[in-house]
Design a protein around this ligand. Structure first.
Ligand SMILES: [Zn+2]
Ligand SMILES: [Zn+2]
Length: 345
């Protein structure tokens, strides 16, 4: 008789988890992760609109992600919802599934899958930097690590978020007659910037563009302390002098911003602000380099720490990351998944 070692019977991860036409698919579990189009069974890493879509029959996600989806798309945006408890193992058709904090935004999770003795971790989006509005990233050793690559170029190194918040507070103090207009991505960055400013002692009311009000109220309802936040539509003109007003990036230069006086200080908080040209393009006077995604060193450190033999890259600067990992002697490939927004943050 020939001895057959257990390891030779294990099926490689790519035989049971692979990109299909509707997104990343787990065949034995018969579910998709963050599918860009409606499917029967979807596991969702977090509430950003390119990962969480409406119209799935069944959704498994953290309770916070489910709440975010309902605020964005309405209570009936999926056939049914099941809340995944962090750290608890769910079994779906023989596949072990565990949601683990990703440190990206409130409710964000990596999804760990185990099947046939092999482990894959689908990280969704993640960061390692501290964020008072969500649980910190937890490292899970795995055979295959599926990573984003939004800021996967050596030029991208984010600043410390607390010192960037202090720079904004100093600018407000130096310009008591000008409104500061801060452009932020509406889910995650908005609430994180508010929490950072509060932690640095800024306790004046913060005025919000209408597009930011609902999700900020949800964060507050879920117990994240953001202090006195008010809809900008309720402000008298005098209230806005020397005040901080937050808006989506698209509103920084549009008609709406004309309410902010002759000469507002335009501020934008994003990992993209590392690129001077991007700040200039948007008319940004005070660029803040704050991101909810891993920067270049964080991506590489995290991948090495997982010990993964194989790295699959979902979206972003996948070619640069795959190249760097191959120089480091690791197997890496781009999944070329469609439907993710490489730029939003
Ligand atoms: Zn995201
Ligand atoms: Zn993403």
């Amino acid at each position: 008789m020939f001895a057959v070692s257990a390891s030779s019977l294990m099926r490689p991860v790519e035989t049971w988890l692979y990109p299909a036409s509707l997104g990343l698919y787990c065949e034995p579990g018969d579910f998709y992760i963050d599918p860009p189009r409606p499917v029967d069974r979807a596991l969702i890493t977090h509430g950003h609109s390119d990962h969480a879509r409406s119209g799935h029959a069944h959704v498994l996600a953290t309770a916070e992600t489910i709440d975010i989806m309902k605020v964005r798309y309405g209570a009936n945006c999926a056939g049914d919802f099941q809340a995944a408890e962090l750290g608890h193992t769910h079994t779906i058709n023989g596949v072990s599934v565990r949601f683990v904090p990703a440190g990206h935004i409130l409710g964000s999770a990596q999804i760990m899958l185990e099947y046939d003795g092999r482990r894959a971790v689908v990280s969704g989006d993640y960061k390692r930097a501290t964020d008072p509005t969500c649980r910190p990233f937890e490292l899970v050793p795995c055979d295959v690590f599926v990573t984003e690559a939004t800021f996967a170029l050596p030029v991208f190194r984010h600043e410390r978020a607390d010192s960037e918040a202090r720079r904004l507070i100093q600018s407000i103090a130096r310009n008591p007659e000008r409104t500061h207009l801060l452009g932020v991505y509406g889910l995650g960055k908005c609430q994180r910037m508010i929490a950072l400013l509060r932690a640095e002692g800024y306790d004046a009311p913060i005025w919000l563009h209408g597009a930011l009000v609902g999700l900020t109220a949800l964060y507050q309802n879920l117990g994240i302390d953001l202090g006195d936040c008010r809809p900008a539509s309720t402000a008298a003109d005098a209230d806005l002098i020397g005040a901080l007003v937050m808006c989506p990036p698209s509103a920084l230069m549009d008609r709406w911003s004309r309410r902010m006086g002759e000469d507002p200080v335009r501020v934008f908080a994003s990992g993209w602000m590392r690129v001077r040209g991007r700040a200039r393009q948007r008319g940004v006077e005070l660029p803040l380099i704050v991101s909810d995604h891993a920067d270049w060193p964080e991506l590489l450190d995290t991948i090495v720490e997982t010990g993964a033999e194989d790295v699959w890259v979902t979206h972003g600067r996948d070619d640069a990351l795959v190249h760097q990992l191959s120089l480091m002697g690791r197997r890496a490939r781009a999944l070329a998944l469609v439907g993710y927004d490489d730029d939003a943050e």
